[in-house]
Design a protein around this ligand. Structure first.
Ligand code: FE2
Length: 339
């Protein structure tokens, strides 16, 4: 079969650091409806039901929250080699590692803002055990009968000191396309959205107001319908998971969303962007001005303050609370969702 166009085929997996692995894994299983493939060496491998690979999230026990790595699958073995050459030519240092979570050899490097990134091509295709087998042969796994049942790991939103620098890196070295951006009155780019696929975005860089580097704003997971987002909010309410904001609709990219804090403190988005594709090969970058951004979301409530201040890992003076759900593991609500 002809390989997909472009150097990068799609987002592969994220390593998400958490100070409470059991609670974080519980969140992904019971709110997002993902399936834990296995837990080994302080890591929980978690998959969405439509992942053709073994997993798309690796929750990792760590001293604090944050993003450990985001890995991309290249379009071919040749494209893996070509991107490594391009990275080295661009002055990015990196090294080869044995793959993890069913992936083959992997080139690990850092982006301009020090986020750990990785490229691989070889991968194991997931074969569901009998009790998780789907009714249709073109679906990797049956929909879980718990949580929302998100379809896939949709996008990552990194915090960065200079979003334009990181977005340019994704475009110039890895072959992405910038689809939307925010330009402030002084001309600086406060956020940029980049895609490697027909989805309107796979990676976002947002200005980190704290001056930190290598931090995460959120990971996002796509649900099949808007109704799933509302159900996720109800589930979060019942299980005592902290709802930061939503459900609302973003103006930029028009995504319908809900933002939750998983128990380790990382922000997780459940989104419904499935109907919006960028098919035009000559798509012009949509630029939102500072006054346009100040209007807030498309509709729903205004943008909550923590959306601009909370990132992981926390920087000095930032909120370091662990958001333990009141309903997890059969415990009854204690009256305060936070500890
Ligand atoms: Fe998002």
């Amino acid at each position: 079969m002809t390989p997909p166009r472009g150097h990068i085929a799609h987002l592969g997996y994220a390593i998400l650091d958490t100070p409470d692995l059991a609670a974080t894994a519980w969140f992904f299983e019971n709110i997002l409806g993902m399936t834990e493939v296995r837990r080994v060496d302080g890591m929980s491998l978690l998959r969405a039901y439509d992942d053709y690979e073994e997993c798309s999230v690796i929750a990792r026990q760590a001293p604090t929250s944050g993003i450990g790595r985001v890995a991309f699958r290249t379009s071919s073995e040749a494209e893996l080699e070509s991107r490594v050459i391009a990275l080295l030519d661009a002055g990015r240092e990196g090294h080869w590692e044995d793959g993890i979570a069913g992936r083959g050899r992997t080139f690990v490097f850092t982006g301009p803002d020090t986020h750990e990134l990785a490229l691989y091509y070889d991968t194991d295709w997931y074969v569901a055990p009998e009790h998780l087998a789907a009714g249709l042969k073109n679906q990797a796994q049956a929909k879980p009968n718990r949580g929302v049942g998100v379809r896939r790991f949709d996008h990552v939103n990194f915090l960065a000191a200079h979003p334009a620098t990181d977005a340019d890196f994704m475009v110039d070295v890895l072959g992405g396309r910038r689809t939307e951006q925010i330009r402030m009155n002084d001309g600086r780019i406060a956020a940029a959205w980049v895609t490697f696929t027909d989805k309107s975005y796979d990676v976002v860089f947002t200005e980190d107001w704290t001056g930190g580097n290598g931090r995460l704003h959120h990971l996002a997971f796509a649900a099949d319908t808007r109704e799933d987002i509302l159900r996720a909010a109800d589930l979060a309410l019942d299980l005592g998971v902290h709802i930061e904001t939503g459900p609302h609709k973003h103006a930029i990219q028009q995504t319908f969303f809900l933002y939750l804090f998983e128990p380790g403190g990382n922000r997780i988005e459940i989104c419904n962007p499935l109907t919006r594709l960028v098919l035009a090969p000559d798509w012009p970058v949509v630029t939102w001005t500072e006054p346009e951004r100040a209007r807030g979301q498309a509709w729903g409530l205004g943008t909550i303050e923590t959306f601009h201040t909370h990132g992981t890992p926390p920087t000095e003076g930032q909120d370091t609370r662990v958001y333990r759900p009141t309903g997890m593991l059969g415990k009854r609500p204690s009256g305060d969702a936070r500890r």
